[in-house]
Design a binder for this molecule. Structure first.
Ligand SMILES: Nc1nc2c(c(=O)[nH]1)N[C@H]1C(S)=C(S)[C@@H](COP(=O)(O)OP(=O)(O)OC[C@H]3O[C@@H](n4cnc5c(N)ncnc54)[C@H](O)[C@@H]3O)O[C@H]1N2
Ligand code: MOO
Ligand SMILES: [Mg+2]
Length: 405
């Protein structure tokens, strides 16, 4: 058996970066950027008037002038005007190009215009250059505005639009098949017999993938029949980039998943991790590099393994730069776990008044107790090396709902 850290590294070294595609801005969604974006011109591209008011030559104010004849109006979207007489002013609107020969903007609130003359209030303070967003003061042509590996959220789409990127290189979401196995499982809309249960893991996995912006997800169910499993999984491997199986990876007589995958030329990279829950997890790749995750069937185990290994791996495959993005939280009370395994502890998060994230353990009835999880926000990873985990210690945190972009 390997450690959680070794499992994570083994997945990372088997991983390849998914294909990229061109995304049109009209089809925007949540995508990971796969090219660097540079400023196509200075930003702002001209001296931008930042308040509605009048534009003047500051030297006139310094010399004592407090009234200015209004020569005209500089609108946003009109070519730059020129102040004809330095003693005068031009009205100037927010977003307009600062008129030539002007270097200062005084807002309407501080002036009064009567019969074509702007009068300044007696006590107003005017600073040379005020209310002007200077040309190139944010960025110069060629400056890098975005680096590849970022999620495209609203600030990023705003940059892409500004620099004229009507289409941009992004990662393609992989095609994912979520496959549940087990004869005891019936569809959601059926009433189970006494010995049956409804299948819930595949829906939980699909929900988590969707929340993390993987939207090409299909759900399948395959009964516990070795031949049937082999032919259905063989077909699916031709169609998708990633298979996520739930159930059938432990030691039961009908846990056929590991042997069937190996017959389908999916090379086992590991089976079993020193962790609870989720010990029987299986991972392998086929000759084309397709990823196959065999998650243990117990519902809590499935979700913990999905969030601890599968989603981070898929995000890395998208080319996402996740450096510095691991979340951590402080344990709210002592926890003892005496098995020689890493322990994933479901927790509810609260923010302390000093801005610290505190993780409160959630009681559950083992890894079959899926309902208890809904009281949690995610889980902490308590390391295998220690049996006693103390209140106030800091541990890695995994969230059901994702973290920072
Ligand atoms: N002799 C041993 N038995 C077990 C071991 C072990 O090490 N030695 N490990 C236990 C652990 S830990 C886990 S976790 C489970 C993993 O079992 P499988 O991956 O083989 O999964 P199944 O046997 O198919 O099912 C286990 C459990 O989960 C329920 N299940 C499965 N799929 C779904 C689904 N889609 N929706 C809802 N519930 C599902 C299933 O009904 C079973 O109750 O093995 C232990 N045994
Ligand atoms: O670890 Mo199993 O994953 O305990 O239920
Ligand atoms: Mg089993």
């Amino acid at each position: 058996m390997i450690s959680t850290y070794e499992a994570e590294k083994a997945i990372a070294s088997a991983l390849y970066t998914f294909k990229s595609q061109l995304t049109q801005i009209e089809e925007m969604g949540s995508h990971v950027l796969r090219e660097d974006i540079f400023a196509d011109r200075s930003y702002p591209p001209f001296n931008r008037v930042a308040m509605d008011g009048i534009a003047i030559a500051f030297d006139q104010f310094r010399a004592g002038r407090r009234s200015f004849i209004v020569e005209g109006c500089q609108k946003a979207g009109s070519p730059q005007l020129k102040l004809q007489n330095q003693a005068n002013c031009l009205e100037a609107m927010t977003g307009a190009s600062l008129p030539e020969s002007c270097d200062t903007v005084i807002p309407y609130e501080q002036i009064e215009i009567r019969q074509g003359v702007a009068y300044l209030g007696a006590a107003i303070n005017v600073v040379q250059g005020q209310n002007i967003h200077g040309k190139g003061s944010d960025y110069s042509t060629g400056d890098r505005l975005l680096s590849k590996g970022r999620w495209l959220r609203s600030p990023e789409w705003s940059i892409l639009a500004s620099v004229g990127k009507a289409s941009v290189k992004t990662s393609s979401s992989p095609r994912i098949a979520v496959v549940s196995t087990g004869d005891e499982l019936v569809p959601v809309d059926q009433v189970p017999e006494a010995h049956q249960i409804r299948m819930s893991n595949s829906w939980a996995i699909k929900a988590a993938l969707n929340i993390h912006d993987f939207d090409r997800v299909e759900i399948y169910h395959i009964p516990d029949d070795e031949r049937g499993l082999e032919s259905r999984l063989g077909d699916l491997l031709l169609k998708v980039d990633c298979l996520i199986l739930t159930g059938g990876v432990s030691r039961g007589k009908f846990d056929f998943v590991p042997q069937v995958l190996e017959r389908l030329q999916v090379d086992k990279i590991f089976h079993r991790i020193k962790q609870k829950p989720g010990k029987p997890m299986w991972f392998g790749t086929n000759p084309e590099g397709k990823l196959v995750f065999g998650l243990p069937g117990n519902p809590v185990s499935t979700l913990v393994c999905l969030h601890r290994y599968v989603i981070p791996a898929l995000q890395e495959g998208l080319g996402l730069d996740s450096s510095g993005k691991q979340a951590f939280a402080i344990l709210a009370e002592d926890v003892v776990f005496k098995k020689d395994l890493t322990y994933f502890l479901p927790v509810r998060l609260r923010w302390s008044r000093d801005g610290i994230i505190v993780a409160h353990p959630i009681q559950n009835n083992g890894s079959g107790d899926f309902a208890a999880l809904s009281a949690s926000d995610g889980f902490l990873e308590l390391p295998q090396e220690n049996e006693y985990h103390k209140k106030g210690e800091v541990f890695p945190l995994y969230l059901w709902q994702g973290g920072l972009a």
